[in-house]
Design a protein around this ligand. Structure first.
Ligand SMILES: Nc1nc2c(ncn2[C@@H]2O[C@H](COP(=O)(O)OP(=O)(O)OP(=O)(O)O)[C@@H](O)[C@H]2O)c(=O)[nH]1
Ligand SMILES: [Mg+2]
Length: 633
């Protein structure tokens, strides 16, 4: 629960009357009699089902100068007590706090008229009517006849009305849906201090997930790793804290200087802090002026505060008028951990007043420009599987891994897998190893691969096929996706894979009669000459086919390793080189080394051939050069 309302209207006194705890903990607060920073308290109430209801309170300051502290406190609350002093009625921060609560999407609460002992019954009734009018249409609007009375008058001094208020709290709390404790944990830090004998303690309202003793956590945005070595929930030692609870963590691996309000604790190596978010933004009707493209505002989310620059979507709006809503992108000067669904408040740069707020739709935008509205509309729809499909589709043929989807959504792996099972069965999306791909992208990719292979065959009729890597480069696919799609095409007999070459079935090398004859001529010329090879130029010149075709035939022979290039000018048949290796092996039985003279004698070649051949053997690790001689390996 949180308190809210104008300064001096009795929030802290009410929290104390309910819980017995004075939430004003700072000396300055006690001296000045006002709340400056957040205060915390808790109480147990018997719930209607016989269980004990444990309520954590965040008591906020009402002073307009401390709204930023108020904002840091109300980000995690499920229920609010909107406090209005009966002797003063509505005041500026009554309105501003209610605006903030509505923008943050707080759904439940109770309006409380405090200081009922200071006014007569008639005045109390007048104020009640005024408040009723004020709350019309808000989440605090009085429910229908059989519901609990929404506006409760109390006196923290005399205790009048407190039991009625407690009953209303129990009823309202029963209505609060549990937060998802299976989601990934996030604890926005609202306080950091040291405790004697413990060390560093960070507190906050756990907005999602579960944190257990001994968990490792990452600090955002600094990236520091810390370990939980003790948990307290509502001031009692606990094994774990679950979503919604006021949580204090004793942390190893960080000092109080490393941590501060506004940072977030989350599971390690899971999320990324961002400086760009796509949002839906609403401007309050009371905002003094329209919000323009590139306007700078103060940005508050959870316990964090920073500046933000508004980037309007070029197709939609040039500005947002008071009372209007629009999609926009926010640019933050520093990275923050934000996720879809996070609510935020914006305040005018100067003078600082609350002017609006909204909800984060995407905290991992891909493009420099804001995303198209269709995509953001899907994100705003709340339909988990539609959101996942849209997030997969926007990655086009690169696809997206499940860990990236976790980081983008904040949803745990198993939930994502569950949501994607149906679209996978129906063929809307496909999973290729760890990557999800939209089926239209898969079809496009298949088509591009086939087109590239067809094109290659057309351009290189004498070549067996295109190399895998070259083909992959042409269609610009990642190795993971390319391999998976190539395997699919192979299964469907759309392509064939020969060693490292991809070809279309029935394609490959189609040679004309005279080309085949030429190929044979070349091969024989080299095969019969052993190491005394002719010059390639001369062999080609003697052929029937033209030079370009002859060159292609040679390339083919080289590719198939029938011919082997030993140096720029020298090409040998593979049988000749095989024979050479055998001779070297035989020579090794007599001597472990061989010099150029001995090599010439052994092979009968001239020096012009001997040197390139020996260098070839070095490269092939048949020999190793040692001074002027060679060691036979
Ligand atoms: N007579 C009377 N006085 C009250 C009551 N509730 C609060 N007060 C007094 O009103 C003054 C302000 O009360 P707080 O509880 O500090 O007010 P607050 O809303 O917490 O103020 P900020 O936190 O500074 O915004 C104190 O002097 C209280 O004693 C009440 O029910 N009856
Ligand atoms: Mg107070």
């Amino acid at each position: 629960m949180g308190s809210a309302g104008h300064i001096d209207h009795g929030k802290t006194a009410l929290v104390k009357a309910l819980t017995g705890i004075d939430a004003d903990r700072l000396a300055e607060e006690k001296r000045r009699g006002i709340t400056i920073d957040l205060g915390f308290a808790h109480m147990d109430l018997p719930a209607s089902n016989g269980e004990t209801l444990r309520l954590g309170f965040v008591d906020v300051p009402g002073h307009e100068r401390f709204i930023r502290n108020m904002l840091a406190g109300v980000g995690g609350i499920d229920l609010v007590l909107l406090v209005i002093a009966a002797n003063e009625g509505l005041k500026p921060q009554t309105r501003e706090h209610l605006d903030i609560l509505q923008l943050l999407g707080v759904q439940r609460g109770i309006a409380v008229l405090t200081k009922s002992d200071t006014v007569d019954a008639e005045t109390l009734e007048v104020v009640r009517l005024e408040v009723e009018e004020f709350l019309r249409g808000t989440f605090l609007d009085k429910p229908s006849s059989d519901g609990p009375q929404a506006i409760i008058s109390v006196s923290s001094l005399t205790g009048a009305g407190l039991n009625q208020l407690k009953a209303a709290i129990v009823a309202a709390a029963a209505d609060v849906p549990p937060r998802d404790s299976y989601a990934l944990a996030r604890l926005p830090i609202d306080r950091v201090f040291t405790m004697k004998g413990f060390g560093t303690v960070a507190t906050g309202t756990l907005v999602a997930g579960t944190i257990r003793d001994e968990d490792e956590l990452e600090v955002f945005p600094t990236g520091q790793r810390v370990r939980v070595r003790g948990i307290q929930v509502h001031s009692q030692t606990a094994e774990a804290a679950v979503a919604g609870q006021r949580t204090a963590l004793n942390l190893a691996g960080a000092s109080t200087e490393d941590l501060s309000r506004g940072m977030t604790l989350a599971p390690p190596a899971t999320f990324e802090a961002t400086r760009r978010v796509e949002v839906r933004l609403r401007l309050l009707p009371s905002a003094p002026r329209p919000l323009k493209h590139r306007a700078r505002v103060h940005f508050h989310s959870h316990t964090m505060e920073t500046l933000a620059e508004i980037v309007m979507h070029p197709t939609a709006h040039t500005q947002i008028a008071p009372g209007d809503e629009a999609l926009a992108r926010l640019k933050l000067p520093e990275a923050a951990l934000l996720l879809p669904g996070d609510r935020f408040i914006i305040r005018q740069f100067s003078p600082v007043v609350t002017i609006g707020g909204g909800v984060v739709l995407d905290a991992a935008p891909l493009q420099r420009m804001p995303a198209h509205e269709g995509f953001l509309d899907i994100l705003a729809s709340g339909d988990a599987s539609a959101i996942l499909i849209a997030r997969i589709a926007r990655r086009h043929d690169k696809g997206v891994s499940i860990s990236e989807l976790v980081a983008e959504t904040g949803w745990p792996r198993n939930l994502i897998e569950k949501q994607l099972a149906q679209p996978e069965n129906s063929g809307t999306i496909v999973q290729l190893s760890d990557i999800f791909l939209h089926s239209t992208e898969l079809e496009t990719l298949k088509k591009s691969i086939l087109a590239a292979a067809t094109d290659f065959h057309k351009k290189h009729p004498l070549v067996e096929g295109i190399s895998r890597e070259e083909l992959r480069g042409q269609v610009e696919a990642t190795p993971e996706i390319f391999n998976a799609v190539a395997a699919m095409l192979m299964r469907d007999k759309k392509i064939e894979l020969a060693s490292d070459l991809v070809r279309l079935p029935g394609q490959g090398v189609v040679m004309k009669e005279e080309e085949l004859e030429s190929k044979k001529t070349i091969e024989e010329a080299f095969a019969s000459s052993g190491l005394q090879v002719p010059a390639l130029r001369e062999v080609i010149a003697a052929l029937k086919v033209d030079k370009a075709r002859a060159q292609k035939i040679v390339t083919l022979l080289l590719r198939d390793k029938v011919l082997i290039r030993v140096s720029d000018e020298l090409v040998f048949h593979r049988s000749a080189l095989g024979e050479l290796r055998r001779r070297m092996a035989a020579h090794k039985l007599k001597s472990a080394t061989i010099d150029v003279a001995k090599f010439k004698e052994l092979t009968g070649v001239t020096r012009k051939y001997a040197i390139p051949l020996l260098e070839y053997l070095d490269r092939e690790r048949v020999t190793r050069r040692v001074g002027d001689a060679r060691q036979i390996l």
